[in-house]
Design a binder for this molecule. Structure first.
Ligand code: URA
Length: 241
């Protein structure tokens, strides 16, 4: 494919994602000093500019959902997904949780984190005296991978821009990346979750904390203590401490 065709494909893809313009504002390209691997991508910035207006976060989220449509952009549409699992919660949330991908229960109900791991996530949220309805919950991948396998890199690359737009719409103060997959996708790193935990990252205007996935906690309950430490950090940031 020559450069012209590549560019045309790129622009078409961005158009499909609902990106109607790009910004020359250099702030969209600036990265936080300690975040060489974790700032929002320029695509997210471009999408954010497209979404930036006086519209409410709820309206922007509705637009992003409409842009996704009955998505056939990646192979997951043909691999047994029942429906797209977009996201749930308060569009104006200060706190946003990002998981990996829908599992079986989520695929059936169309809502993220409603299975056993989801019930544990609800408890984790309540542990800092918030309700599920107060926060926003989404996944990196919006369709269930067959057999709950890990998402493939091309599936992440295709779907991730919609997550970026969700983050840009909600403008959370704190993002909690649940598990290795979400943390690696958001922070653009291959580091293990054990290394990514325990510090606070800047993610655009938000602060990002990586913690263990609730499904991992179901298998390794002894790590709940670590998640509690992470959630105390989250609570402190939300309280402005
Ligand atoms: N695990 C995830 O990462 N996301 C869900 O929505 C459910 C389980």
């Amino acid at each position: 494919m020559d450069l012209h065709d590549q560019l045309a494909e790129h622009v078409t893809f961005f158009g499909e994602l609902g990106v109607t313009g790009v910004s020359r504002d250099r702030r969209w390209r600036e990265r936080a000093p300690d975040m060489s691997n974790g700032a929002p991508s320029s695509l997210a910035g471009a999408a954010a500019v497209a979404d930036a207006s006086d519209r409410s976060a709820a309206d922007i989220l509705a637009q992003i959902r409409a842009d996704i449509g009955d998505c056939t952009r990646c192979k997951l549409c043909n691999l047994g997904r029942t429906q797209i699992v977009f996201g749930v919660g308060n569009p104006d949330a200060d706190l946003m949780f990002v998981g990996e991908a829908p599992g079986g229960d989520e695929d059936i109900q169309g809502i993220p984190f409603v299975g056993r791991a989801g019930q544990l996530l609800t408890k984790i949220i309540e542990s800092i005296r918030l309700k599920r309805e107060d926060v926003y919950i989404a996944n990196v991948i919006k369709c269930r991978p067959p057999g709950n396998r890990n998402p493939d890199p091309d599936e992440v690359a295709t779907c991730e821009p919609f997550l970026m737009r969700q983050i840009d719409a909600i403008k959370p103060k704190v993002i909690v990346a649940l598990g290795k997959f979400a943390a690696q996708a958001l922070l653009k790193t291959q580091d293990p979750i054990s290394k990514l935990r325990g510090r606070i990252y800047r993610y655009g205007d938000a602060q990002l904390i990586a913690t263990f996935h609730p499904a991992f906690l179901l298998r390794s309950p002894e790590r709940k203590r670590d998640v509690w430490e992470d959630m105390k950090r989250v609570r402190a940031i939300l309280r402005g401490e």
